[in-house]
Design a protein around this ligand. Sequence first.
Ligand code: SF4
Length: 244
Amino acid sequence: MDNLNAQARDEYREPTAEEILLDAASRFAAGKIAISFSGAEDVVLIDMAQRLGLNVGVFSLDTGRLHAETYRFIEDVRSHYGITIELLYPEAQGVQNLVREKGLFSFYKDGHNECCGVRKIAPLRRKLDTLDAWITGQRRDQSVTRTDVPFEQHDKAFSTASHSVTKFNPLAGWSSADVWAYIRKNEVPYNPLHDGGFISIGCEPCTRAVGPHEHERAGRWWWEEATQKECGLHAQNVITIISR
Ligand code: SF4
């Protein structure tokens, strides 16, 4: 009976993050699939991909508004793993137009979508136009916008009529504790801001440390509604909430 239960558990268990990464890398050609890197979860994915010997790219969005610590962290990850991290930049004209018209902190008054659109979404869209799949560190328990995140999904936000983009979320079922246990056990580099109370880290003006009983994404765009706290990278999550 014990064996049967063990077998049943095995058959119905969720795939591990490593299994999802292996599956993703086997289905998409090198150069057509990449890990999106910014936070602690993403370095876990980079670490796993390295251990598995997978040939997947790594890119990160340099919005021009990141913390100094984050830039050093990106460099630490690059040198620790000996990998190329492709930094994606916003188009100068778009940033100049926004700043000329509305100044450097328009997001506090107008909401973050316009600035994120110029500094994050446009560069990401240009990158995803060259890929068939991307891998993210989204977890279901990160926020109300992520409770339904699947391990794999058709990325409606970045697919077009002629180009389908698949998004993998290998850590969808992980908790924050799982992430940090992996980081400690495998001595994975992490952003030093985490030691100062920052949990989810984005751009400097839009991120603050959170208190002991606050949700981990409470420090992102803290002046906005929790249901809108996606920068557009994962706009599909917001679409899902709104359509409920
Ligand atoms: S997180 Fe803030 S500073 Fe960064 S792109 Fe979005 S609105 Fe702009």
